[in-house]
Design a binder for this molecule. Structure first.
Ligand code: NAP
Length: 297
């Protein structure tokens, strides 16, 4: 591991009026291990290494960091973040998402009304112990022809005007959703599933975000097609060869590849493992040559 390991190595991005290191952290995996102290340690270490952008959601809960809440005491990512990091460092930006929700009566559900979205925003505020949420992504389920974001995004823009939210983003979207949202309120980020070997249909959308000054934030960059399951073990020969040449892991190459797709691309790798956290931060310093990038793509 490099001696001067720092999330600053990959440079910074201006997310609205916040300046953040491009190499951030995704909190979906910190509820996976029943050892609460481990999650707290990972969060402390992330911030110590310079991570100042954490992605989360009120519905990230144990077990498994997945959406369903099972037997035993529930660990919520937001509450772990609050316990570990509050009072929050001044430069820490916490991005959360609304749309999907989970409650004991309905189980997993999608918020569709302004009242439901407001309730989710208020839940995030309570869990995180904040008066204003830094960034809120409207996370949708795509259903072409029936998935306009206008009403839901307008509802969030009203909450922004009311001071509950600083900046807005969108998640799991296409370009037409961004076109629809931008006249309603500024969009600071788009968070989509995208990796070296999955969802490459976003190859065309990713640069458009950059042209518009919108951050593109891929999730499942390491997990790939394994999605919520785990890190994919299905690496191409190029990934294996280039990882060996740099003396890093395949997961680090997958992450570094995303960061090379544009200065507006942010990384939010998720882990509950302190060693993986350090590797992910170190991936921000991996420099790939144009030849390597061509080979990987
Ligand atoms: N907007 C959305 O719809 C959406 C959906 C999913 C996720 N997200 C956000 O995006 C973040 C990233 O997604 P993700 O966490 O699902 O996937 P990811 O970062 O692509 O991969 C996480 C998986 O890879 C493992 N891993 C992480 N770093 C590793 C390393 N250096 N070496 C080996 N294995 C490693 C993790 O296990 P260990 O814990 O064992 O390291 C975990 O199984 C999430 O944490 C969440 O904040 C957003």
């Amino acid at each position: 591991m490099p001696e001067n390991l720092s999330a600053a190595a990959a440079g910074t991005w201006k997310l609205g009026d916040f300046t953040i290191n491009r190499l951030g952290f995704g909190a979906m995996r910190i509820t996976a291990n029943p050892d609460r102290d481990l999650a707290i340690r990972v969060l402390h270490r992330a911030v110590e290494l310079g991570v100042n952008h954490i992605d989360t959601a009120a519905f990230y809960a144990s077990p498994g960091g997945t959406l369903q809440v099972g037997e035993g005491p529930v660990r919520y990512a937001n509450e772990l973040i609050r316990e570990a990091l509050s009072p929050y460092p001044e430069d820490l930006v916490i991005t959360t998402k609304v749309g999907p929700g989970s409650d004991p009566e309905r189980g997993f559900y999608q918020a569709t009304t302004a009242a439901e979205l407001r309730a989710q925003v208020e839940l995030n505020l309570r869990q995180l112990g904040k008066e204003t949420l830094d960034v809120v992504n409207l996370r949708i389920i795509k259903k072409p022809g029936e998935d306009s974001v206008a009403e839901r995004f307008s509802a969030l823009a009203e909450l922004q005007d009311a001071g509950l939210i600083r900046h807005l983003g969108l998640s799991n979207i296409r370009l037409d959703h961004l076109d629809e949202a931008q006249p309603i309120a500024p969009v600071v980020c788009v968070q989509n599933s995208y990796a070296l070997d999955t969802h490459r249909e976003d190859d065309a959308f990713l640069p458009v975000c950059g042209e518009r000054g919108v951050a593109y934030v891929p999730f499942f960059a390491i997990a790939g097609s394994a999605r919520e399951g785990a890190a994919t073990a299905d690496h191409s020969d190029a990934v294996r060869r280039i990882a060996a040449a740099h003396g890093v892991t395949e997961q680090q190459i997958r992450l570094a590849w995303t960061l090379h797709q544009g200065a507006h691309v942010l990384a939010i790798p998720g882990t509950g493992n302190p060693a993986h956290l350090e590797e992910n931060v170190a991936a921000g310093a991996v420099e790939l040559t144009p030849e390597e990038l061509a080979e990987l793509s």
